[in-house]
Design a protein. Structure first.
Length: 356
């Protein structure tokens, strides 16, 4: 689990909640003036995840107005960009000459060096979101380019925005799969994705360092593989073609990942079938259909790969995982599972697309 600091307003007396929340926001981002009609019994929560020089903070709070004034900037400027992924509600940012309303579709960026007024929440409804705090010095941009970032119209849908949103969402959901030492690495992944999103929006694709571009390409490829695992046609050739690179270069990219691309596809497909076979909600779905859901078109190939990975057959794994619940599924599947070497319906003579 990553190192994190948790604040829940319910843990402190009502009279102290708003002031403590204001102080916490000032430490997490930058000194701000906060105003709210709900300050007498304010409700808010925040988890600050330590990613080295970067921090991620899932939060939920009652409607509030944040003000970053010229006086506060002169007093203290951490030189950071705050990026908000809105999951519930709207953030309205007023920078004087420009205003922007950011919901779940639009990226909201606040530059600690620029005055801004941000209204969070809608009426009496709370606001929920995930914040990303990034030192501007980590971005491969000039000061003039960074000054433009807060005014960009960037989307969380598609491309690097979607990859970054997915990372933030996964971290907000929980960090049990990580160790504290993973924090700085995850921080650099977030910085790379934000850099790619910003440079693409600024039409500065060539501004990224080669290593950052390579890492971003690998992240895009991995996301593409996850999205298309169910497709029989997913192979190193189709992956390379979708990203306009050669198969040879694709293999070079995955050398540093410690796992060939074909092996990665096969492993992830096996993980999905292993999970689905143990899912009570899918207990009536025959084994061969579970396999076909994840691109395995021949029973013999699937069973061989499954046994090599988990030391048991798919049928036995389901029986152990579900117990009596597996009986109905096994009866419905017995006609085909008795002879794992048979082709699955509609796929006679077809190979497994080169990933087994």
């Amino acid at each position: 689990m990553l190192n994190e600091t948790v604040f829940r307003s319910e843990d402190v007396p009502p009279a102290d909640r708003f002031d403590l929340w204001s102080e916490l926001i000032g430490r997490t981002h930058a000194p701000l003036e906060l105003v709210s009609d709900h300050r007498t019994n304010y409700l808010a929560s925040q988890r600050v995840l330590d990613l080295g020089a970067v921090s991620v903070w899932p939060t939920r709070f009652q409607p509030v107005c944040f003000r970053r004034t010229p006086k506060l900037i002169r007093r203290s400027d951490p030189e950071t960009l705050h990026v908000s992924l809105v999951t519930e509600g709207v953030l309205c940012a007023d920078r004087g000459r420009t205003q922007a309303a950011c919901g779940p579709e639009r990226v909201c960026v606040v530059d600690s060096s620029r005055p801004v007024v941000v209204h969070g929440g809608n009426g009496h409804l709370p606001h929920s979101g995930v914040g990303l705090e990034v030192p501007k010095a980590l971005l491969p941009l000039s000061r003039r380019q960074i000054d433009r970032v807060a005014d960009l119209r960037m989307s969380w849908h598609g491309g690097f925005g979607e990859l970054l949103a997915r990372l933030l969402g996964q971290l907000a959901a929980g960090t049990d799969d990580y160790r504290p030492a993973d924090g700085p690495r995850l921080g650099m992944v977030a910085v790379d994705l934000l850099s790619a999103l910003v440079t693409r929006s600024l039409d500065l694709d060539g501004a990224l360092p080669p290593e950052t571009s390579r890492r971003n390409l690998v992240l895009q490829i991995k996301a593409f593989i996850q999205q298309h695992l169910h497709e029989v046609e997913l192979t190193p050739h189709t992956v390379a073609a979708a990203h306009h690179i050669s198969v040879r270069y694709l293999h070079r990219l995955f050398q540093d990942e410690g796992e060939p691309v074909a092996s990665s596809i096969r492993r992830q497909r096996l993980e999905r079938t292993h999970r689905d076979l143990a899912d009570p909600a899918l207990r009536t779905l025959p084994v061969h259909q579970v396999a076909a859901r994840w691109g395995f078109v021949r029973a013999a190939d699937f069973t061989r790969a499954f046994r090599a990975a988990y030391g048991t057959t798919p049928t036995e794994h389901r029986r152990r995982a579900l117990g009596p619940l597996a009986v109905r599924a096994l009866r419905g599947d017995s006609a085909r599972s008795a002879h794992d070497s048979e082709f699955l319906p509609g796929n006679h003579g077809r190979s497994t697309s080169g990933v087994l």
